[in-house]
Design a protein around this ligand. Structure first.
Ligand SMILES: Nc1nc2c(ncn2[C@@H]2O[C@H](COP(=O)(O)OP(=O)(O)OP(=O)(O)O)[C@@H](O)[C@H]2O)c(=O)[nH]1
Ligand SMILES: [Mg+2]
Length: 239
């Protein structure tokens, strides 16, 4: 069994989708650097200095196509040169010290995709108000549907903190433009016969700035994509 300190991080790229995250992006880049060979920031045409700060902290900056976070993730894929990709948010809500826990089971070839679970690791953001209540209820319903459809027992399907083999990421042929890309990645991984694992990952409150998600605008898309991808016949591409 590999010790966490002995992991080879050179073969890891950390990808950070960031839209108007100037106050936090530099700190996130500095903290993820020791766990990867390259940091890619996908800038959502920020109105603040997200791009400039990212470059000055040593990240490669690419632009999305202004369609949302899912589009940002899809735009990053052609730039990844390493075997493992890690996705982490720019608002400081994910803890970079969890990255070794995400990539270790991949390096040991136990899983192809490892998702950070807030339901196992706890969240400082997912409870308290009505918005949080709706988010948690909705995401628990989606997770239950996935578990029922595929006879699995994952704890969550919406976190943006994950590690995945780059060749698997490419084979998922992702289509979503907004945050529905998280459940698309989870469902397609299971659907195509790849091995999905979870590790506990605590979610902290965003350190600055404002949420880019408007529940009232996106809930229909969540319902539609859930049933569309769940009803897709199993398509095993894992060899
Ligand atoms: N490039 C890019 N990044 C985005 C876009 N929308 C959101 N992001 C980033 O995606 C990450 C997650 O977005 P958040 O607004 O934090 O979503 P959330 O974590 O559900 O919301 P909070 O509860 O406020 O943290 C952050 O790093 C955002 O900056 C976009 O359109 N383009
Ligand atoms: Mg956030």
């Amino acid at each position: 069994m590999t010790n966490l300190d002995d992991l080879d991080f050179k073969n890891v790229t950390v990808i950070i989708p960031a839209k108007d995250e100037e106050p936090t992006i530099g700190n996130v880049i500095d903290r993820v650097k020791k766990y990867c060979g390259e940091v890619i920031v996908v800038d959502g045409h920020s109105k603040d200095k997200t791009s400039e700060v990212s470059e000055s902290h040593g990240a490669t900056v690419v632009k999305d196509r202004m369609r949302g976070k899912g589009d940002a993730i899809r735009c990053s894929i052609k730039h990844i040169k390493t075997d493992i990709a890690v996705f982490i948010d720019a608002d400081g809500s994910h803890d970079p010290t969890d990255i070794p826990h995400l990539i270790k089971p991949i390096l040991e070839d136990k899983y192809d995709h490892v998702s950070g679970s807030r339901l196992l690791g706890g969240s400082s953001e997912l409870h308290g108000g009505f918005d949080e209540f709706l988010r948690l209820t909705g995401s628990s319903f989606i997770t239950a549907c996935i578990n029922w459809r595929y006879k699995v027992r994952i704890s969550e399907s919406q976190n943006g903190f994950r590690a995945i083999k780059t060749d698997v990421l490419r084979k998922l042929k992702l289509k979503e433009d907004i945050t529905t890309i998280e459940q698309e990645m989870i469902i397609k991984t299971i659907n195509q016969g790849y091995r999905l694992g979870e590790v506990p990952a605590h979610e902290y409150e965003r350190k600055a700035g404002v949420s880019k998600i408007r529940l009232s605008r996106v809930w229909l898309r969540y319902g539609w994509t859930l049933f569309y991808y769940l009803l897709t016949p199993k398509k095993k591409t894992r060899t």
